[in-house]
Design a protein around this ligand. Structure first.
Ligand code: C2E
Ligand code: MG
Ligand code: MG
Ligand code: MG
Length: 289
């Protein structure tokens, strides 16, 4: 079928393209409604420290829960929100909620470390990114040392020079920076050295392969690169005790995955944190930020 577009130019859609466009528009409208009706929530996935097995911080993950359509997964709506620009409003909302919750849990003394928030490429490249972050930190009164931002290789490799400047501005505030999904993108090792990062997050795909010799070699390589650059490592998507054992053997600093916990609502997470604090009460409980 074809749609008339102005004058006598025609746009041709294949059945498939048309379905995609319709779906995209539906999700875009749903996001608009969700922003208006406050359907976005922030869940938290615990991150466990390798050295003593205790709660070390958490990753904030957005959840879009609509009354009619139930849970819309980030894999579906984040790429569309990124295209339409709606990710900017969603991103601010996630950062603000994460800072508010983290500040409360720090005040209550049930958490230490940092809350990690994912930053999309579109957000990272906003000319007023730092003003937005500063405003949210100021409003929520969260100490920037308790915040970490996760970016991906794709985000920083487009314009590495500009990205490095932005990364320095983030680090100047005391905010930590992690490279998410590391190993799946195309960042060059020469740039990696110039990026002011704190942490490499080893992508789940490698952790999944930890039962093969090749997978083991890949993880070993990534951990070695991180160590040589003075970066800490987080293994994401740890699901089995075998994976945990291997990542521990590799001395990966932090483990995150369903083996410990799936992402939790704020209420569930505070219970998890309190339980962790009680069971580890004998251990010294210091500020590590
Ligand atoms: P990510 O940042 O790499 O987050 C990790 C994803 O792996 C999360 O999926 C998490 O729920 C999932 N995961 C963690 N442990 C396990 C495990 O043991 N097994 C399995 N199968 N999965 C595990 P989620 O929440 O669906 O998010 C998917 C992606 O969407 C994220 O990948 C991130 O790129 C993006 N995303 C999520 N929340 C936000 C957000 O607030 N802002 C932005 N810009 N992106 C977000
Ligand atoms: Mg992440
Ligand atoms: Mg990740
Ligand atoms: Mg991932």
């Amino acid at each position: 079928y074809h749609a008339k577009e102005g004058g006598n130019r025609y746009l041709f859609f294949s059945e498939d393209m048309n379905k995609k466009a319709v779906k995209r528009l539906q999700v875009e409208n749903l996001i608009r409604l969700g922003l208006k009706e406050d359907y976005f929530q922030v869940y938290y996935q615990p991150k466990m420290s390798f050295s003593d097995g205790t709660l070390n911080g958490m990753e904030a993950l957005v959840r879009f829960i609509t009354p009619k359509n139930g849970l819309v997964s980030p894999g579906t709506f984040i790429p569309i929100a990124e295209e339409t620009g709606q990710i900017v409003e969603i991103g601010d909302l996630v950062l603000r909620k994460a800072c508010i919750d983290m500040k409360r849990w720090l005040d209550e003394g049930i958490i230490r470390g940092r809350v990690a928030v994912n930053l999309s490429a579109r957000q990272f490249n906003l000319p007023d990114l730092m003003q937005r972050i500063d405003r949210i930190l100021h409003e929520t009164e969260l100490d920037p040392h308790h915040l970490e931002l996760e970016i991906t290789e794709g985000t920083v490799m487009n314009n590495a020079k500009h990205a490095i400047e932005t990364m320095h501005q983030i680090r100047d505030r005391g905010i930590h920076l992690a490279m998410d999904d590391f190993g799946t993108g195309y960042s060059s090792l020469s740039y990696l050295r110039k990026f002011p990062l704190n942490t490499l997050k080893i992508d789940k795909a490698f952790v999944d392969d930890a039962d093969s010799d090749f997978g083991k070699a890949m993880i070993d390589t990534i951990v070695t690169i991180a160590r040589n650059l003075g970066l800490s490592t987080v293994a994401e998507g740890v699901e089995t005790n075998e994976q945990k054992a291997f990542m521990t053997e590799m001395e990966c600093d932090v483990l995150q995955g369903y083996l410990y916990s799936k992402p939790l609502s704020a209420v569930e997470f505070s219970q998890f944190a309190m339980m962790d604090k009680m069971t580890t009460a004998k251990l010294p409980y210091e500020e590590t930020a």
